[in-house]
Design a protein around this ligand. Structure first.
Ligand code: PEP
Ligand code: MG
Length: 698
């Protein structure tokens, strides 16, 4: 075998490019036969019920047998591999006791036999087999190669296997369930409406114009169309989007009107280039200039320039304005990422869900979906949208998954759940003004989490007794640069005023990990163990001081601010933070602002903070458990990684023990305690927390 690594990469790349299931499976067996100089290569897949193995593709055995040969798990050598989940490499298969001759395969007297199980996320997908006439085992290198190939292909074959679409008679009950990560809660059903990727600037070929004046006019017309489109989109979403999200439209308008763009393209058309080619070159040059910049803000703008360039290009190439004619029914929008301008093209009441093949729970799409109350699932990496265009889909934002072509029974069950959820929410209305109290009189303070002005109102309307966590990074994330003290002041004033006199715990900027700012590039090998939360803000002291000052000033009117510090892992972090706040109060007082020292709380998200509570106590006035990160760090599970997110369990015994420990420590030290992670929204977890003595949840 030539370089195994190169062979493997070529094979995996070829498979990734093959769309048709049958062609994909044939390519696998053909290529493996060649690479391993084997006479036979066969792929067996488990049927969707996981009780038999079916010959799905072969080279070397009779093709007639494909789809017909079916083995029980444990039947023959292939069944043995499936049952034992281990590799079998033998010199003479027919003399092995477990060998079963299957007449349909017209198997000649092959001797050497090697098979490996295909396993994806602990589940058996099938078995991959190579055979040959030599009476001698495959060598170690060949065995290692087949094992590696199997582990590389198992994920791809898993979805194929689950769908049953490769079987000659696909199972009627077959439907496909795709895991992603939660973007916005709720359940929705509808037809999959694919937002196709725009034609990319890279695809434009160099061309010359035949009429410079006409092409310049086309270019200006395209700019006008895009401007109108943005305007209309911004108007359509206007009533539904908070001001802070609305600002995104303004950024695009500004770029569209920049003289560099307009004059640059005009100049190139004058020199003889076609309008699309002129546009493409100018956009590339502009994007390149931004990319070269050392300033992270300017660097990140190259993406916006390219985005706006693509929209102009699309208009230029279509000439006629295309209005998306979506059918008049419930739609699930699907694409790599759905931009705010894409959303604005549809009547809101028709968007019943969003599925993105990329992104994370903190992508713009997820933030916007949350603000609009649309269920959304992000990072559904295995879904191929084009394959399911127009098909029925269920989006389950609560579980972070979507189900394509569900059978009627399943669809009806989900519709029942949607109706039940609506009834349940309507029923809660009657309770919202009552205190949250158990039947035996245990009083629990019920707070809300927020990050956008848009979510401030629902919390208030539903009777929240204050804000347990205001995620201040969200306004930072949807801005196009670090907001100034004055800009922050205006936002914080609105949030504090909306809740006054109820308390609002505002968390200092918590970026890093899954929360990235578009204008501050941070690429780290291991971002979850990197420059996050308080570590980042203490190192960027000017940002922290600006934010603290804005919060303290915003607090002057109502005095209901509490400060909360994320990702604390060391005592000196809280000590320094408190010093900064005290100094900021002093400085503001000197300037004539009657700022006051608010209570300062620490989030317990990192296990070390939990163990250091008594040492941290002198610097804090309260504690809030960030159960999302605490669970993530206790269990070593990335909550946004679909491969392991099923292991993310806030009811894991280790998390329970940690919660018990924190409660006892805080009780001993008289420190008010609350929980502000997602587990506070899980009814079962809430019961457990109340049993542990937690009196405040958010
Ligand atoms: C948490 O970690 O539980 C938390 C509330 O913080 P975030 O989810 O914003 O990281
Ligand atoms: Mg956190």
């Amino acid at each position: 075998m030539h370089s195994p690594l190169a062979s493997l990469i070529t094979l995996v790349e070829t498979i990734a490019r093959t769309q048709d299931p049958e062609a994909m499976m044939d390519t696998i067996v053909e290529r493996l036969c060649d690479l391993m100089h084997a006479e036979v290569c066969s792929l067996y897949l488990c049927n969707p019920e996981q009780d038999t193995l079916i010959l799905a593709a072969t080279r070397g055995l009779s093709r007639e047998a494909v789809g017909k040969v079916s083995l029980n798990l444990n039947e023959g050598l292939v069944g043995h591999i499936a049952a034992s989940l281990s590799t079998l490499n033998i010199a003479d298969a027919p003399s092995d006791d477990r060998f079963v001759y299957i007449p349909e395969t017209h198997e000649q007297s092959y001797h050497r036999f090697m098979g490996v199980p295909l396993i994806h996320l602990r589940k058996l997908v099938g078995v991959l087999v190579v055979q040959g006439t030599l009476n001698q085992q495959f060598n170690d290198d060949e065995e290692a190669f087949l094992i590696t190939v199997a582990s590389q292909l198992a994920g791809t074959l898993h979805h194929l296997q689950r769908s049953g679409s490769w079987m000659s008679q696909p199972t009627l009950s077959s439907y496909e369930r795709y895991k992603g990560v939660k973007g916005s809660s709720g359940i929705g059903t509808g037809r999959l409406w694919v937002i196709d990727p725009h034609m990319t600037l890279d695809q434009v070929e160099a061309g010359i114009n035949s009429d410079a004046i006409a092409e310049t006019a086309d270019f200006h017309q395209a700019i006008e169309w895009v401007a109108e489109e943005l305007e209309a989109g911004s108007g359509r979403l206007g009533n539904h989007l908070p001001g802070d999200l609305h600002a995104l439209f303004g950024v695009y308008q500004m770029m569209l009107n920049s003289p560099e763009l307009k004059q640059g393209v005009e100049e190139k058309i004058k020199q003889g280039d076609s309008a699309p080619w002129a546009l493409c070159q100018v956009i590339r040059e502009m994007a390149h200039l931004f990319e070269q910049s050392n300033d992270p803000y300017l660097k990140a703008r190259s993406e916006d320039i390219t985005n706006i360039g693509q929209r102009i290009l699309n208009q230029l190439l279509q000439h006629d304005r295309q209005v998306t004619e979506a059918p008049d029914e419930a739609l699930i929008l699907c694409g790599e990422l759905i931009s705010i301008t894409d959303l604005a093209e549809f009547p809101l009441k028709r968007i019943h869900g969003i599925v993105c093949t990329a992104g994370s729970s903190l992508s713009h799409t997820a933030i916007v979906a949350n603000a609009l109350g649309i269920p959304a699932v992000m990072a559904v990496e295995d879904l191929k949208p084009a394959k399911f265009r127009g098909k029925r889909v269920i989006v389950d934002g609560n579980r972070g998954e979507c189900i394509v072509t569900p059978p009627d029974a399943l669809l009806n069950e989900y519709k029942r759940m949607i109706a039940e959820e609506q009834r349940f929410i309507a029923g809660l209305d009657k309770l919202k003004s009552l205190p949250a109290e158990t039947l035996d009189g245990f009083r629990v303070e019920l707070l809300t989490n927020t990050g956008l002005l848009a979510d401030a109102t629902p919390g208030l309307e539903r009777g929240a007794e204050g804000v347990g966590l205001y995620r201040s990074e969200i306004p930072f994330m949807i801005h196009d640069s670090f907001p100034t003290e004055e800009e922050q002041l205006r936002i914080y004033q609105k949030v504090l005023a909306a809740y006054a006199p109820k308390p609002v715990s505002m968390r200092s900027l918590d970026i890093g990990g899954d929360k990235q700012l578009p204008y501050f590039e941070m690429s780290e090998e291991n971002p979850y163990l990197g420059w996050r939360g308080i570590r980042f803000t203490l190192d960027n002291t000017q940002l922290l001081i600006t934010q603290i000052r804005a919060m303290l000033r915003a607090n002057i009117a109502n005095g209901n601010l509490k400060l909360l510090v994320p990702m604390v892992s060391r005592v000196d972090e809280m000590m320094t933070f408190r010093q900064h706040v005290e100094k900021a109060v002093d400085d503001l007082n000197k300037l004539g602002y009657p700022a006051q020292l608010p209570s300062i709380g620490m989030m317990v998200e990192v296990p070390s903070a939990m163990l250091l509570i008594p040492k941290l106590a002198p610097y804090i006035d309260f504690v809030s458990v960030g159960s999302n990160d605490l669970t993530q760090y206790l269990l070593a599970v990335d909550r946004n990684n679909p491969r392991v997110s099923a292991l993310f369990d806030h009811l894991h015994p280790a998390v329970m023990l940690a919660l018990e420990y924190i409660q006892k420590e805080c009780e001993n030290l008289n420190l008010p305690l609350s929980v502000c992670g997602e587990m506070a929204s899980d009814p079962v977890a809430v019961l457990v927390m109340i049993a542990l003595g937690y009196q405040s949840i958010s």
